[in-house]
Design a protein around this ligand. Structure first.
Ligand SMILES: NC(=O)CCC(=O)C(=O)O
Length: 267
């Protein structure tokens, strides 16, 4: 059994220090329970939110300071942290020109970064294509010997991409998001359908609160490989927990052998 805790937080616009303080408070809350979580998940862009014009001043640089701090938290508390995504400036990549990415980091119990994933599909309705460089590859990683994958928000709309993560062996897909209320129904259904079609667990963390005219409904969700919703949060800020029995992945794949029956030679 694996316990997952989602930090469903409101995110202050362009205030990374304030957001880190809030994440620290919520992490403490998540960890002070009797049975500690194995994995904690945060939402998308929770350091700066979408203060896109100020990213060169306020974004992390190669995961510093946000991820450097979370590495210490992970080690001190022996907890795995899928650190949602942060705005991250990568220096020293191409011709010395820094690029900005919407990047998810995964940190294991020993405080080591085991994965870095740059969001592949940029969401035009939130101007991502104007400010972020796109990621170029799907990423999987291991936490406690479990193969995990990650997709950031809009990525969940691309079934081929999520299937690729499943084919790389993921048993759990983490989906940090800033998904607005008008498409709440899409959020719910897409998480459920990706779990059913890939026969794995999907753990989605959405933010709450308002930013300009946009409202974010929370509704973080955990879905099992049969499509049963194990957890569905409401619109409140808080820590939401679910317990996952990973043997369900094998059971469901035996019952309906989708991966054996695929016909990639036809499509
Ligand atoms: N931050 C995002 O990627 C939002 C995606 C979204 O809202 C959608 O409808 O897709």
């Amino acid at each position: 059994m694996l316990k997952v805790s989602i930090l469903q937080m409101d995110v202050a616009f362009g205030e990374p220090e304030k957001n880190r303080k809030k994440a620290e408070r919520m992490l403490k809350e998540a960890l002070k329970v009797k049975v500690k979580p194995d994995i904690v998940l945060l939402p998308e862009m929770w350091n700066t939110s979408y203060a896109l014009e100020r990213l060169s001043d306020i974004a992390d640089r190669n995961g510093s300071p946000t991820i450097e701090w979370l590495k210490k938290v992970a080690k001190e508390n022996s907890v795995n942290i899928v650190a949602g995504s942060i705005a991250d400036i990568r220096s020293g990549e191409s011709n010395g020109i820094p690029k900005v990415y919407n990047t998810a980091y995964a940190i294991n119990r020993n405080g080591e970064v085991v994965a870095r994933y740059d969001k592949v599909h940029r969401f035009r309705l939130m101007d991502e294509e104007k400010y972020f460089s796109p990621g170029e590859k799907a990423v999987t990683f291991e936490l406690d010997g479990i193969n995990c994958g990650i997709a950031i928000c809009y990525d969940i709309r691309f079934p081929e991409f999520i299937r690729k993560i499943a084919l790389l062996g993921a048993q759990i897909l983490f989906v940090p998001a800033q998904w607005p209320k008008p498409r709440e129904m899409h959020w719910r259904l897409l998480n459920i359908v990706r779990a059913i079609e890939n026969q794995f667990f999907v753990v989605g963390a959405n933010r709450v609160g308002r930013e300009g005219k946009a409202e974010f409904p929370g509704c973080s969700i955990v879905v099992d490989p049969w499509g049963e919703v194990l957890l569905e949060a409401d619109e409140r800020e808080g820590v939401f927990e679910a317990v996952i029995d990973l043997s369900a992945v094998e059971q469901v794949r035996k019952r309906i052998p989708v991966f054996e029956d695929r016909r990639p030679d036809v499509y």
